[in-house]
Structure formats: structure tokens, C-alpha cells
Design a protein around this ligand. Structure first.
Ligand code: DGJ
Length: 703
């Protein structure tokens, strides 16, 4: 039997050809020259009592007929029978340099499955599968899962969950025998989307411990799980979550899974995230020009759209260095509030009697791009569209599903609906100088039905088609994925958009956690991070300008506050922050993201390090009061101990306030100090005593 050795990043994947291709190893990289000839003898499992009489293997396509007792890869129903539990046999494997494509079939079942996987140079393993109904009757797909092996030492799970304005908070649990499954049933990724499920050796952190992580690139319903059973196997799994009858294949039809993205790291969660970031950055569609500093009008004016008011805001935006001005909700149809107008994608003559062009001209003449908010998949019943086409709802016939933010969903998989919405958006982009769409999706799908069957699957694919078609017609327009904040953050949507809106909360305390964990999957340049108002509109909490600026600094920076109501001093402080960001964004948006483990309780630290280690930016934030009267030292990982660095504290948003009389001595406003990298890496620098809800940002550059 041949063992195939795939290598990429710090990862090796060993697969053995045989009756069925099976996993031998997914983990630490092995030398390509290592002799694998004795591997079967080394790793072959004994046959225990009260178990199948053949040694069990962990197949690329696990089936119950192999004696496998964890979740099988395929479950479904031949609608007219027979449904004998037949085993699909391995038919053939096509190997490439980086992966393989494996076919499974059994004529009696009328099913043909192909599983493909690829390990890229960054260590990101992508996997997908397709199922074709080669029989002569209908086949209803229940689940087509993508699975990966885990060693027994992977015992701890960390995944993300959340709610509106509190997305992507971590939760940690110990994996016993059984299944830890995270199902998302929102018809969109969900505020509580798992984002990245990490499983690791006990106590793993950002920079230590072995970690295996997986993500499903899909914006509909999904299941992500990890399981162990007494047979001694453990597996990671992902699958689209299908409702009964949602995918029924006619003879000759196929179903394809979304793509699974999996990474192994020998050095904690950061290395896994860095591999994903590198994978994303290598795409030809990855944004390549500097991320334009954005002003979004939402929290500044809400639905109060007036040309003079917004021109004043555009003036203020340009004066602080904004490069993209985005007009949010409220510009179209009868949309004077959130109960009407969705679906009517024509400029409101009531608020924009001369159309949007005067505002667009005001924006572009001030050197900024213009962006516009849309919510294409949605409709208000109080709209011309719903009145004309009440049957265009994504709902069972004669049914109006429960409203959510007073709105409903259009059945985008219906060809006429699709054509209408495409036409409206296309016309908008053709008729105006629009560089950017903020594409929102403000509700879960409830009772989603398409063609008398559950409709989330078809809706998700139709939304993807709509985005793909618009992008091919308007390749220069960038798109943001927003869904009541961060409820559509996944690599399916990221294939078709240029950034995500991480959350509707701009409260920096909340944002610190949300952005930290959104970065588990996405590099900072894809994460929208805005400086909000002093008093958060979503939590009511007040935050200093310094802390708001420190928090937004690393992502795709924006401002979402009424700049015209701010004092000249604060506006100037924002301008300084914007200028610092512009100077550092080449590094912030290309470097290695690190999140530091070694920080006192009540504080957090993170940074971005240039690949050649010539430069880095670190943030340390004091979230609550600290237990110690003086915090510890901050060691700066990733710098080169053999080089010397000039270290400077950035003065963002007017700086941080402290609770101390003096020191530390290195902290001289506006001054750089030169420090050997060896000291920064091993000893670190003494932190100041900050007030809670304050932070500092340090820039290190090689001298
Ligand atoms: C929800 C978004 O997340 C907000 O930023 C804003 O665009 C509103 N929708 C507009 O309705």
C-alpha cells in the first residue's frame, strides 16, 4: 500500500491508499525524506475484543458499513427505496502534487461520491465533496460531511459564539466521549457562528499547544463538530445543515458541499490563524490596494438624510483624512424608518429630489469614494415591491413568516425575483459613481421555503450568484458583508466580498473581544473597525477617544460618529489617528497577527509583525482595573533578538489616561527609544498603570 505524504506550511498529511484511502496523520510536518515504508506496521491498529474482526481505519469518506461508529460522511434517503445500508466502494484516486480526488461508488446504490482535498503551501487544507445521483429515482440528501482525524491528545475545544452586538466570544470546553456539535439554523451564518472550531492539547493558547481547527465556508445553515468515541477515534467534521426535503436529487443531479478549511498548528491558535490569513491573502481577489479609511453615516444621521447635513459631514470627513464616504440605510423608496421601503431600490425623490448625484459629487470632489448601503435579499411588506409581488416572499404559499425588524425575505432563487433585484442593483451601479456597497442582511430566515421545500440552501446559492454576477459586471465595486453587524462572517461570503462588518457595536470594550476573535479567521484588513461616538449607541457606555482609536486602529479603519458635532480638538485627534493608520496600514494589513497569552487578567494585548521582522505594532489595553497595583512587563514576541528596534508609543486619539504619578521612564511623549530585540523579546518593557478602558499602541522598527 502506498503512503502519500502531502506537506504545506508546518503541516504534513499522510494518506494511505488501500481498500479505502485512509488518514494516517494530520499534524506536525515530517521531513519529506523520511522513510514511510514501515508505517503500516508502526501504526496498524490491533483488533480488540467485541469489535469488528478487521482493524478499523479512519477513512477519508467514513461509512457505517466499515464498522465506523462516529458520524458517517453521507446520510440520505432513496425516496422510493431500496435503502439497504450498502457500502460505497473506493473506485479510484487521482493524486496531484498537493492533494487528491477520490471517487466512491456502488452501482446498486445509484450514488457516486467524489471527495477532494488540497494542502496549500501555508498549511491550509481545503476539502470538498460532491454527490451525484446515478440512479433512476429521487435521492434526498440528509448530510454530506467533510471529516478529518484527530489524535487522542486533542482534548480541549475552543469555539466562538455570541449574539447581536456581542459576536465571536470564545467558549472553552473539555471534550469527553461523545459529540460537541455547533449547529447554526439562522439561514445565515449567525451572530453565534462558530467561525473557527479549535481543538487542541490541554491548555492550548494563542502561542502554545497543538491546535487543529476547522471552518466551513458557507453562509447558510451549518454543523461543525468534534467527536470521540470508545473505539479510540476522534474526528472533526463540518457539513451544510439540510432540512428534510431541502436537497432532493433527480437522476443525474449533483449536490456539492461548501468548502471546509482546516489548519494544524504546533504553536497555538495564532499560527493556525496566520495560515488562514496567508491563504486568504494569496487569493487573486484579495483587496490589493490600501484599505480606504471610511466614514459610515449610520450612527451620525440614521434615517435623517439631507443634502446639506451630509455635505457638512463629508466636509468634516475629508478634513480628517477619510477616503471613502458611505451613505447608509434610508436613501431609497419609502425608507424613512425601518418599517418600510426595503425592496424599492430607487432613489427617494422625497429626500433626494435631485437624486444622489449632488451628494456623490460633493463626496468625490472632496477626494473621497462614494459607497452605498443596500439590503438586496430583503423586503418590507410596506413597499411597492411587496404590494406588486406578494408571492415573491421566501415562504410557503399563502404564508407570511414571522417578521423580524419588520421585514421579510425575498425568494432569490425564484428566477424573476433574482432578475429583478439584479437589474435594480445593476442600474444603481451603472447610473451612479459608486465604488462600494455595504450589503446588509438584517434577519434570520424563518419558514424559508422555495418550490414547496425548505429554501435556505437555494437562497444561499442564489445570494452567491447575485454577488458573483454583480461583481463580474462591476469588477471595481467593493462589497462589504454586513448582517445586523457580524452575522455573515464566513469564507463563503468572503469569496465574494471585500470586508465584513464585525459588529453593530462600536463600544471599544465589546469590540476588543469581537475583533480579536474575528481575526481567528480573517486578517485585519477584512475586518471593518470604526471609531464611534463617545457614548456607545448600543451599550450606553462612554469611552475615551483614545481607547476608541486604539481599538479601531488595526482593522479596516473607519469613523461612524457625527464628526460635525465633535470639538476641533477631537477632530484633530482623529486626524492624527487616521494619519498614523495610513502610515502603518501596509504593515497592519500584511503582517503576522499575534494575540498575546502573557497578559494580566483584565488586560489584553495583540500585535502585527512584519514577515521580515523589521517592524511591528503592538497594542496593550487595560479593560478593567488590574489586580496588581502595577501591571507586569509586556514581552514582544516575534521580534528578532539579534536586531535593535526603535520603539515609539503612538499618540492615538489624544492618548491614554493613567493612574500613576510617574514612569515608566521609556515612555517619553513623541520620542523613540532604541532597545535590543533580545531585551524586548525576553524581558519586555514595563507597562504603565492605566485607567481601565484605556490602551496604548507601540511601534517598533529596526534601526
Ligand atoms: C444593520 C447594520 O449592521 C448597521 O450598520 C446599519 O447598516 C443598519 N443595519 C441599517 O439599517
Amino acid at each position: 500500500m502506498t503512503v502519500h505524504h502531502l506537506r504545506g506550511g508546518g503541516t504534513s498529511l499522510l494518506l494511505e491508499d488501500g481498500v479505502t484511502p485512509r488518514f494516517l496523520h494530520w499534524g506536525a510536518a515530517l521531513d519529506p525524506q523520511v522513510d514511510l515504508s514501515g508505517l503500516s506496521a508502526l501504526l496498524g491498529r490491533p483488533v480488540p475484543h467485541s469489535a469488528p474482526d478487521e482493524p478499523l481505519v479512519q477513512s477519508l469518506f467514513p461509512q457505517a458499513a466499515e464498522g465506523w461508529r462516529l458520524r458517517p460522511a453521507l446520510s440520505g434517503l432513496r425516496v422510493d427505496g431500496p435503502n439497504d445500508p450498502i457500502r460505497l466502494s473506493h473506485h479510484q484516486t487521482r493524486w496531484t502534487e498537493r492533494g487528491c480526488e477520490v471517487d466512491y461508488t456502488a452501482p446498486a446504490t445509484g450514488l457516486h461520491v467524489t471527495v477532494h482535498l488540497d494542502l496549500d503551501e501555508h498549511g491550509v487544507l481545503t476539502q470538498g465533496a460532491s454527490l451525484t445521483n446515478t440512479g433512476s429515482s429521487l435521492y434526498a440528501v440528509d448530510r454530506l460531511a467533510l471529516t478529518l482525524p484527530l489524535p487522542m491528545r486533542a482534548r480541549e475545544v475552543l469555539d466562538l459564539t455570541g449574539r447581536w452586538c456581542r459576536e465571536r466570544h470564545p467558549q472553552r470546553t473539555t471534550l469527553g466521549l461523545g459529540t460537541w456539535s455547533r449547529e447554526s439554523r439562522h439561514g445565515r451564518t449567525g451572530h453565534d457562528g462558530v467561525t473557527l472550531l479549535h481543538v487542541g492539547t490541554p491548555g492550548f493558547g494563542f502561542g502554545h499547544g497543538e491546535v487543529w481547527a476547522v471552518h466551513l465556508g458557507w453562509s447558510g445553515d451549518s454543523d461543525t463538530w468534534v467527536e470521540r468515541d470508545p473505539s479510540g477515534f476522534a474526528q472533526l467534521g463540518v457539513a451544510e445543515l439540510l432540512s428534510p426535503g431541502e436537497v432532493v436529487l433527480a437522476p443525474g443531479e449533483s449536490y456539492a458541499t461548501p468548502t471546509a478549511y482546516a489548519v494544524y498548528s504546533a504553536w497555538g491558535m495564532d499560527e493556525a490563524s496566520q495560515a488562514l490569513h496567508a491563504h486568504l491573502r494569496a487569493r487573486s481577489s484579495h483587496p490589493s490596494r490600501p484599505r480606504p479609511v471610511t466614514l459610515n453615516t449610520w450612527e451620525a444621521v440614521y434615517f435623517d438624510h439631507r443634502l446639506d447635513r451630509l455635505t457638512e459631514l463629508a466636509d468634516a470627513a475629508a478634513s480628517v483624512g477619510v477616503e471613502r464616504f458611505v451613505l447608509d440605510d434610508g436613501w431609497f423608496g419609502g425608507r424613512r424608518h425601518d418599517r418600510a421601503g426595503l425592496g424599492d431600490w430607487t432613489v427617494s425623490a422625497q429626500v433626494w429630489p435631485d437624486g444622489l448625484t449632488p451628494l456623490i459629487d460633493a463626496v468625490t470632489s472632496r477626494g473621497m469614494e462614494f459607497g452605498l448601503w443596500v439590503e438586496p435579499e430583503m423586503v418590507n411588506l410596506d413597499s411597492d415591491l411587496a404590494r406588486a409581488h406578494p408571492d415573491w416572499l421566501l415562504a410557503p404559499p399563502e404564508t407570511i413568516p414571522i417578521a423580524w425588524r419588520h421585514q421579510h425575505v425575498l425568494d432569490l432563487a425564484h428566477p424573476e425575483v433574482f432578475a429583478h433585484i439584479l437589474d435594480r442593483l445593476d442600474a444603481l451601479l451603472r447610473d451612479h459613481d459608486i465604488a462600494y456597497l455595504k450589503w446588509d442582511h438584517n434577519r434570520d430566515l424563518v419558514q424559508a421555503a422555495h418550490g414547496r421545500a425548505p429554501g435556505v440552501h437555494a437562497q444561499t446559492l442564489a445570494a452567491y450568484r447575485l454577488l458573483d454576477e454583480l461583481r463580474s459586471r462591476h469588477p471595481r465595486v467593493e462589497i462589504e458583508s454586513c448582517a445586523s453587524g457580524g452575522a455573515r462572517v464566513d469564507l463563503g461570503i468572503i469569496e465574494r466580498t471585500d470586508r465584513v462588518w464585525a459588529s453593530d457595536t462600536l463600544d471599544p470594550i465589546e469590540r476588543q473581544t469581537i475583533q480579536r476573535w474575528t481575526a481567528a479567521l480573517l486578517p485585519p484588513e477584512l475586518i471593518g473597525a470604526h471609531i464611534g461616538s463617545e457614548q456607545s449607541h448600543t451599550t450606553g457606555r462612554r469611552a475615551s477617544l483614545g481607547f476608541r482609536c486604539v481599538t479601531a486602529f488595526f482593522g479596516h479603519l473607519g469613523i461612524e460618529a457625527d464628526l460635525t458635532a465633535m470639538s476641533p480638538v477631537d477632530r484633530n485627534r482623529i486626524a492624527v489617528t487616521v494619519a498614523e493608520h495610513k502610515a502603518l496600514r501596509p504593515l497592519l494589513h500584511s503582517g503576522l497577527v499575534v494575540r498575546l497569552d502573557e497578559v494580566d487578567e483584565g488586560a489584553m494585548a495583540h500585535g502585527v509583525i512584519a514577515h521580515d521582522r523589521t517592524e511591528a505594532v503592538f497594542a496593550w489595553v487595560q479593560l478593567t482595573t488590574a489586580a496588581a497595583e502595577v501591571p507586569g512587563r509586556l514581552r514582544l514576541p516575534g521580534l528578532d533578538p539579534s536586531r535593535t528596534y526603535a520603539v515609539r508609543e503612538l499618540h492615538l486619539g489624544g492618548g491614554a489616561t493613567g493612574a500613576q504619578i510617574s514612569g515608566p521612564a521609556w515612555r517619553q511623549p513623541g520620542r523613540e527609544i532604541e532597545v535590543p530585540g533580545a531585551l524586548l523579546v525576553s524581558l519586555g518593557l514595563q507597562l504603565p498603570v492605566l485607567h481601565p478602558e484605556q490602551g496604548i499602541v507601540l511601534h517598533c522598527r529596526e534601526v
